[in-house]
Every structure is written in structure tokens, then in C-alpha cells.
Write a protein that binds this ligand. Structure first.
Ligand SMILES: [Zn+2]
Length: 187
């Protein structure tokens, strides 16, 4: 994958403009990974690109986070020829279900689509550490923000996208029409 940013922009997954986010804040960018990953060819190429950096790390298992990371976890595992399990949130807590487990010393790579604060990834790291897994690193499609981890993180795209309170939004001041991604436009 030569230019992830272009690939995701062409697929309509990455948009520039003036957006109302679910949080109620405004932003000049919007990213919805799955609207590009719905195309199997994009998912496959993204998985290959995520796997590339780790191919000499003798990864045994890819661990992704449901729901957003599962498709990429699968594609990354396919490229690395490893197995793939995922953690999911049940009753407020990230954990492994469906018979998934890791053994002490198992070399794992964590895969997530978008990392913002990194809270969920940190929860999964905690679970993996309590199983004694050997966490080699974290692969993400997009790192958005300043999350820090003690394990190496490689993201295909990195961005510092500010989100503004509507009262102090510079895009509102420019009178750019506000849109809600995935629904109709309004201003
Ligand atoms: Zn605004």
C-alpha cells in the first residue's frame, strides 16, 4: 500500500470539511475505517501493510479488539500466517471469550483500527500480561492523538486532529456548512 491516506480518502473513509462528531464537538476531519474496509481488496492490502513491519518478529498470534479491529486483525494474521483472536467488551470489561486464550511466552501482536486515547488497548495489554504473553508491539491503521504505550506502536497514518467546542469552532466562524457523517448534510 503506497499511500494509505490516499487509499482511504479515495474510498470515502477519510474526509476533510466540517463535521459534527458523536461527542458533540466539531472537527475538520472525519475518519470511518470500515467504509474503506468494506472492500475486501482494501482490507487485504491494509492487513499486508500492517504486517510488513512485524514480519521478522516471529509473531505467533495476532490479537485484535472487537469490533473495529477484527477485520484488520484477520487480514494481518493472514499476511503473517499466524492465528488471530480478538478481545471484546462484555459487562464493561475487555476480555477474551469464545474459547480464545494465549499461553505464557506466546509472541503476540496487537492490531487495532483507530487508537485515540489507547484506553481499550491498555486494557487488552493488561489481560495479555496476566496470561504471560510476550507482547511484541501494536499495529494500528490510524493513531489519532498522543497515546503512549510501553510497547512499540506502528501506525499507517498519524494525525493530530483537533476537536472544537461548537462555541469556539474556527470552521463555524468561516461559515463552512456543518455535516454529520453518514447522514444528511445540514447547516
Ligand atoms: Zn464548527
Amino acid at each position: 500500500m503506497k499511500d494509505p491516506r490516499k487509499t482511504f480518502m479515495d474510498a470515502g473513509a477519510l474526509k476533510e470539511g466540517h463535521f459534527l462528531l458523536a461527542s458533540g464537538k466539531h472537527s475538520g476531519y472525519y475518519f470511518q475505517a470500515q467504509s474503506a474496509l468494506q472492500h475486501p481488496s482494501v482490507a487485504r492490502e491494509t492487513g499486508k501493510a500492517l504486517a510488513e513491519f512485524w514480519k521478522n518478529e516471529e509473531i505467533e498470534t495476532v490479537v485484535s479488539l472487537a469490533v473495529g479491529g477484527v477485520l484488520l486483525g484477520h487480514e494481518t494474521a493472514k499476511a503473517l500466517e499466524t492465528r488471530h483472536i480478538f478481545a471484546e467488551r462484555k459487562k464493561g470489561e475487555m476480555g477474551f471469550h469464545r474459547g480464545f486464550s494465549v499461553r505464557p511466552g506466546e509472541r503476540v501482536l496487537i492490531v487495532e483500527d483507530v487508537i485515540t486515547t489507547g484506553g481499550s488497548v491498555r486494557e487488552v495489554i493488561g489481560k495479555l500480561e496476566s496470561s504471560g504473553a510476550d507482547i511484541k508491539g501494536i499495529a494500528a491503521l490510524l493513531k489519532r492523538g498522543k497515546a503512549e504505550f510501553k510497547h512499540p506502536l506502528r501506525a499507517l497514518m498519524e494525525a493530530e486532529w483537533e476537536a472544537y467546542d461548537p462555541s469556539g469552532c474556527p470552521l463555524c466562524l468561516k461559515r463552512l456548512p456543518l455535516s454529520t457523517p453518514g447522514t444528511k448534510q445540514f447547516s
